[in-house]
Design a protein around this ligand. Sequence first.
Ligand code: FES
Ligand SMILES: [Fe+2]
Length: 418
Amino acid sequence: MLTQEQNDELTRIGPGTPMGAVLRHYWYPVAVTRELDEFPVKKARLLGEDWALFKTPEGAYGIVAERCPHRGASMVYGIVENGGLRCGYHGWKFDPEGTCVDILAEPDSSPEFRRRCSIRAGEAQELGGLVWAYVGDGPAPELPRYEAYVMDGIRDIGHSMLPCNWFQIMENAVDPYHVEALHGNYFEFIAANKGFDMPSAFSHNKHERVAFDPFEHGIIKRRLLQGQSEESDDWKIGHPLVFPYKMWVGGNGVFQMQIRVPVDDTHTWMLFYTVHAPEGADLPPDPPIVDYSYEWLDENGEHLVDYIEGQDIMAWVTQGEIADRTNEMITKSDVGVVACRRMFRNALDDVAAGRDPVAVVREPHDVIKLPLERSKFGRGAEFATEWIDRGSMRYSPIAEELKQLHRDAEAARQSMES
Ligand code: FES
Ligand SMILES: [Fe+2]
């Protein structure tokens, strides 16, 4: 149980808040690359602030405060030009660093004068089909090139805006018992009552042991299920909460970064960023990047709980816009949640002392590989196809092709073996 002050400290992320200062040490996706290719300027909301994100005709990305410093019109309705973004109202032009480089009605204005007319700017760049932004103070760290964003494979990005604080979603990343309860017992109950099959990989997963190991990118979560040996990937390897807003999960040729972008105190842009790369797959030379939004409410406004992530979303959203932790009952089985809060607490202390918090990457690098089970729950291609059928990927426009990719890869592996 937390006091109201402690809960506020953990969950409030706007400008001037302690957690806002922690989170402003990281890069976040703010758009899908496709969106800016279709239209070169887009509104982005991140950490409780509004921004205009743009791509110039030369291919440079920029992000500036939404409000024009001249008289406050929205830069989202600006003109994208070589070298920057020009406000639509009176034509002040800003480069990607935010410097005012031209004032339409004052062509003789001096560079010194224009410098005083600058707009607040962050940094933006593209990686793995997403456009990422850094809006913190000081020199931007490296954009971490986690394996998900650079590996070969077919990219399938499901994304929707959820009306809840990002932190309760992060607590879910270190909460293995919910898999047994929510994606096991509850799934069985709903499937039996609504008359559909649930993924067999999720039934009867009794947890015997769980473990949480802090490491330089977050917390590795491991589980030992009833009947599994200590040599199983689930216990020996596990998978991580990636600090401060992701989880890396998958197995059996499916690799998924779950990305929980803290849009503001009560909204999270939730992306299921999945790379399909089963061993033995015949991948096309230029594998596609597909994105779509997934549904989580039915036509009556009730939660869709007949798929895995829909069940998670039900739990996150029904906890409230910001979960009330002054009334909770934390018990022994919530040990992962406690470890998660401790890591965020340490990050608050680090930032208050002027240090980088955990998982800020300053070293240039090609790729960062994170631990991940290769054989999840001891399953093969069946795990992948069930996940596509009964996960958010069922909304993918290429769901059938993806399932075929996994079946073909399994057949290819089997024929190699025989
Ligand atoms: S409000 Fe943007 S140029 Fe006047
Ligand atoms: Fe879950």
